[in-house]
Design a protein around this ligand. Structure first.
Ligand code: HEM
Length: 197
């Protein structure tokens, strides 16, 4: 008689992405706070340059037709233009748009987008901090403001889209690798932007 093998229920993609990047997230969180981006407008300007590098590098992914087919509504979500407006609010020059990243596959790109969209959740805390230095949703902190539907609802909708995709184990692994690459990119950009400040 064959043994009955009980498989644990498959974790949804969003849970796999989260557990696969918890350490990456926590180290980015401490690096951001360690760089004291809300101490004054000068340091916040540096933070905006970091956000410009990250959101600029992934901006084209939001318009990618294949990714929009996987995640309907994606093209309405990028925050790069808001980051540029924030830089202008502070009277800073907007640098040239960074080179676009090219994830190895559409599945890897999903991981980059997970990283970017998830960062809206922690942004609630960052947004509050910007108010301490006189900024807000109409001035300097546009890209950290909540989505019109509210952060939580927006995030739940994005997670539902991710979890509705029928991906193979290999495709899920590519997505997790993409998310790790996105956190690594962010960390490297942070260290560069805040070097010597
Ligand atoms: C000081 C900076 C940051 C703080 C304090 C922070 C804080 C948080 C918090 C409190 C959550 C919600 C966790 C939960 O509900 O379990 C979260 C989620 C998340 N954050 Fe951050 N975050 C920061 C920076 C970032 C950055 C820079 C990125 C990406 C580049 C990022 C990506 C994410 C992602 C992807 C999630 C979703 C996790 C999930 O799957 O539920 N965070 N963050």
């Amino acid at each position: 008689m064959n043994a009955i093998v009980q498989h644990a229920p498959e974790l949804p993609l969003s849970k796999r992405l989260k557990s696969g990047t918890t350490n990456d997230h926590d180290s980015v969180d401490s690096l951001v706070m360690g760089s004291q981006p809300f101490q004054d407008l000068n340091r916040y300007g540096r933070f905006l340059l970091l956000q410009h590098r990250f959101h600029g590098a992934i901006n084209a992914l939001y318009q990618d037709p294949a990714l929009n087919a996987l995640l309907p509504g994606l093209s309405e979500l990028p925050r790069f233009d808001a980051v540029c407006a924030d830089l202008r609010d502070l009277g800073l020059d907007v640098p040239a748009t960074p080179a676009a990243v090219h994830p190895a596959s559409s599945y890897a790109a999903l991981g980059w987008l997970y990283c970017s969209e998830g960062s809206n959740i922690g942004a609630a805390f960052l947004f509050k901090e910007t108010q301490q230095i006189g900024l807000g949703a109409d001035n300097g902190a546009r890209h950290l403001a909540a989505h019109p539907d509210g952060r939580k609802l927006h995030w739940r909708q994005f997670v539902a889209l991710l979890d509705g995709l029928e991906l193979s184990g290999e495709q899920q692994a590519q997505a997790i690798q993409g998310a790790r690459d996105a956190f690594d990119f962010y960390k490297a950009a942070l260290k560069d932007v805040f070097a010597g400040v």
